[in-house]
Write a protein that binds this ligand. Structure first.
Ligand SMILES: [Fe+2]
Length: 258
């Protein structure tokens, strides 16, 4: 089974890039299932209309992160739609769900979305204990499971990979918008990359117009951040997973201009 994971899609330019390229990319890599982080599709947050555009483009499941409530209208959509996940370790009273089990190639695949706690301005539950609980629930149905861990600290993401090695097929990081060149398979068969990177404008500071980011860091009067334009990157990774054992047998990083 080949799973494509797409890094944080930023703004209209990122959405357009997915719409233009995803079908061909899926064909090229013979992808069976696609998971994309969409929490920056509206810059901050995502709307139901944007989520539907991603489904139409070929995304199977959308994951989110710290900007989950950036567009408040998404709360109802999170309740109504089974293919968009918010971090599982948010409070139980939060709308939506943090994991799902989906049908892929006559098998069942668990997909989990978690948020980290290091340097994040949220007060979520412990993602490690949360993941252990979810793994037990998913294991009643399938041994195939992948995790988007939306987190800032490289250490927290690597620790999660060790925590889940031998229990899930893959853990990938999102949130930093910078792709890391550290994809590897852990001793018990878990595929891991610290961060998938960004699907957004190349000439930017993490997707934002450079001059606006510079203003902030220089201490000028701040302005409302806007997504940059120009050439766009699509970043992610392809995980090849043995459908019978759940072991990851290969990871290929994707970094495409277009
Ligand atoms: Fe984020």
């Amino acid at each position: 089974m080949k799973i494509l994971a797409i890094g944080d899609i930023v703004g209209e330019i990122g959405l357009n890039t997915v719409e233009r390229n995803l079908r061909a990319l899926k064909q090229e890599f013979e992808i069976d299932f696609t998971v994309a982080n969409g929490e920056n599709a509206a810059g901050v947050g995502i709307t139901s209309h944007m989520a539907r555009r991603l489904y139409t483009a070929g995304v199977d499941v959308i994951t989110l992160g710290n900007h989950v409530w950036g567009k408040r209208e998404i709360a109802q959509f999170l309740e109504d739609d089974g293919y968009i996940l918010r971090p599982a370790n948010l409070a139980d009273i939060a709308p939506g769900r943090g994991y799902g089990i989906f049908s892929v190639k006559n098998k069942l695949l668990g997909v989990v979305n978690l948020i980290g706690r290091c340097d994040m301005n949220f007060g979520p539950d412990n993602p490690f204990h949360c993941m252990s609980r979810i793994r037990k629930e998913i294991a009643q149905h399938t041994n195939l499971c992948v995790v988007d861990f939306h987190a800032n600290a490289t250490s927290e993401k690597a620790a999660m990979a060790y925590h889940m090695d031998g229990q899930v097929s893959a853990v990938w990081g999102t949130h930093t918008h910078v792709q890391t060149a550290d994809e590897r398979i852990f001793p018990k068969g878990l595929g891991f990359i610290t961060d998938l990177g960004m699907t957004g404008p190349m000439n930017s500071v993490l997707g934002i117009r450079p001059e606006q980011s510079l203003r902030m860091f220089r201490g000028d009067v701040p302005v409302r951040f806007e997504t940059a334009d120009g050439p766009c990157l699509l970043c992610g990774a392809v995980f090849t997973i043995d459908e019978n054992t759940g072991v990851c047998t290969g990871i290929e990083r994707i970094r495409r201009e277009g």
